[in-house]
Write a protein that binds this ligand. Structure first.
Ligand code: ZN
Ligand code: ZN
Length: 230
């Protein structure tokens, strides 16, 4: 008989792709919601209740829901196994985490289109699979949530750079990403694009992806990331 095992400690569990109750308890205790308040504007966890959220005070307007604190050791270890040690089987477990966050944000998921942030071409070469694309495809297959690979890596070659003026060069430097035109023509602009990424550090990746989508006429919703460094 096939026995399901905890994704972390290998003890038998009843559900596939899950954690045992002990590991689940540790993981849950590392969620931001268990110990911190969120900014009412951007929904990032607040470092202090006394000071305003630094992102919003700086004029940020993009909403990001991050589930776990990057400083928390248990979940970060799982993330590292997934991202750097090739433990692709964690995709299913992580997809469940994104799914519960998405359901909280969007009780009706039918207008939502998931837009994963692509991994770098270097990691793709090394690992042969893209972790966020994996999550989006899993949620599409198992839960029928639409996804579109609207964001792609942009490489500005040295030759192209020579022909750009200064302002263009600066925006090219910011613009690590671009819109995938083939996907864009297939995607309905009235849907809500939800950007998915694994870790938020400064939030600049999410911001540039959301900006790109909005500049191309897409509606955007609250982005979701698994972990945030605050
Ligand atoms: Zn366990
Ligand atoms: Zn904020």
């Amino acid at each position: 008989m096939f026995i399901n095992r905890c994704q972390f400690c290998n003890s038998p569990v009843s559900m596939p792709d899950s954690l045992c109750p002990q590991c689940r308890k540790i993981a849950d205790s590392e969620k931001f919601d268990s110990f911190t308040e969120r900014c009412p504007v951007c929904s990032m966890p607040l470092v202090s209740l006394v000071y305003r959220c630094p992102r919003c005070s700086a004029g940020g307007k993009y909403r990001i829901l991050s589930i776990y604190d990057y400083r928390a050791p248990f979940f970060r270890h799982m993330l590292e196994q997934w991202k750097f040690e090739g433990k692709r089987s964690h995709t299913a477990l992580f997809a469940q985490e994104y799914l519960s966050a998405l359901k909280t944000l969007y009780p009706d998921l039918s207008p939502v289109v998931l837009v994963p942030v692509p991994c770098s071409e270097e990691s793709l070469r090394k690992r042969k699979w893209d972790q966020m694309k994996d999550v989006a495809l899993y949620l599409k297959k198992k839960h029928g949530i639409d996804c579109a690979f609207l964001i792609e890596n942009r490489k500005v070659t040295l030759n192209q750079q020579k022909t750009l003026d200064r302002a263009q060069r600066i925006s090219a430097a910011e613009g690590k990403y671009g819109i995938n035109d083939k996907e864009a023509v297939k995607t309905d602009r009235s849907r809500i694009c939800v950007v998915l990424d694994d870790i938020t550090t400064t939030g600049s990746t999410i911001r540039s992806c959301v900006k790109l989508l909005e500049n191309s006429g897409f509606r955007t919703g609250t982005a979701v990331t698994l972990m945030a460094e605050i």
